[in-house]
Ligand binder design. Sequence first.
Ligand code: NPG
Length: 370
Amino acid sequence: MKLQAVELRRIEMPLIAPFRTSFGTQVTRDVLLLRAITEGCDGWGECCAPTEPLYSSEYVDGCDLVIRRHLLPRLFEAPQLDAARVDEILSPVQGHRMAKAAIEMAVLDAELRARSEPFARHLGAVRETVDCGVSVGIQESIQRLLEVVAGYLTEGYRRIKLKIEPGWDVEPVRALRERFPDVMLQVDANAAYTLADARHLARLDEFDLVLIEQPLPEEQLRAHAELAAQLATPICLDESIVSASAAADAITLGACSIVSVKPSRVGGYLEARRVHDVCQAHGVPVWCGGMLETGLGRAGNVALAALPGFTLPADISASDRYYRQDITEPFVLKDGRLRVPAGPGLGVTVDAAVLREVTTSVDLVKRPDR
Ligand code: NPG
C-alpha cells in the first residue's frame, strides 16, 4: 500500500453533559481526525489526546504538530506501507503514543477496507456484542449522583464506574452501594492519591468494588504494589500501562491484578492487542477503556473489546451518552451491550454533512514529489 496523502481535520464535538474528573472538566472534545488517502481505500484515524496535557503528557495540539513534523515525513518515505510496520517506522520518535495510534488506526482502516476485512476479525475477536459500562463523572451532590446512576441503570448499563478524588470517594461510594446493592461498581482515581492515603483507600474495601483504577501517579509502579498489599479491592492500572512491556512489568511487580486497555494510550490497536495477549498469558483480566471517542474510535474499541481476554464490561457506552449527533451512525445499547461492526475496516461510515458542520479546520498533507 502506498500512502498518497493524509488529511488532518479538527472537529468540535460538544458533550451532552460536562464530564468532571480529578484532572479537570471536559465540556467539548476538540478532536483531531486523520484520513489516510491511499491508491485503494481511504482510512480513518481518531486522535484521543485531550485539549490539555492533564490526563497524560499528550494533548491535541502537540499531537497535531508531531504528526505533521515528525511522523508523516517518515511514513511518506516508506516505499511500501502496511499497518503492521507503522510502529517500527515511527520508532525513532520517542513517546507520542496517542499521535502514533491515530496514524496507525487510519492506515489499518485503509488496509482492511481495501481487503474487505473487519477490524474485529483482524484483531481476533470472538464475540459479536460487548458488555457496556458507563463512566460517571464527579457530580455536584450525592443526590444528583444517585439520579444520574439510576438513569444509566434504567438504560441497561452493566456496570457503573465512579470517578473519585480526595473529598469525593468513600461517601458517594457508600451512597451508591446502599441504593444499588447488587450493581457492578468500580472507581477511578486518575492518579489523584498518594501512598500515604492507603488507610483511607482501604475504607473502600467494604463496598465490594470490582476494582480501583489508577489510584497513584503513572510512574509509581512500586508504590502501587505496596498499596495493593494493603487493599482488598483489586488495583487496575490505566495511565501506567503505556505498552505491553509496561503491562508485563506491572503484573510481575504485583502493582495490579486487572488492566484497562486503551489503544490510544499504548500507541495503537496492534499494541493494545499485545497488551491483551500479555495479560491473558498471566491470567490477568482486561477491559477496554474509553476516551469519549466519536463513532470512529468507538467502532475500533468495540472490535477490540470482543477479544477473549476482555472479560469485564468496557468504558464503551452508546453514542447518545456522549453526543447529540455523532459523525458516524450511532452505536445503540441493546441489553446493555453494543454490537461489533461487521463491515470492512472500522465498519462505520462518516456522515459527510455532519462532518462538515463540526469541522473547524482541514488540511491536506501530500506525499512529497521526488
Ligand atoms: O466512556 O469514553 C468514556 C469515558 C471513560 O472515564 C473515561 N475516560 O480517565 O479513563 C479516563 C477517562 C478519560 C476521558 C481520560 C478522556 C482521558 C480523556
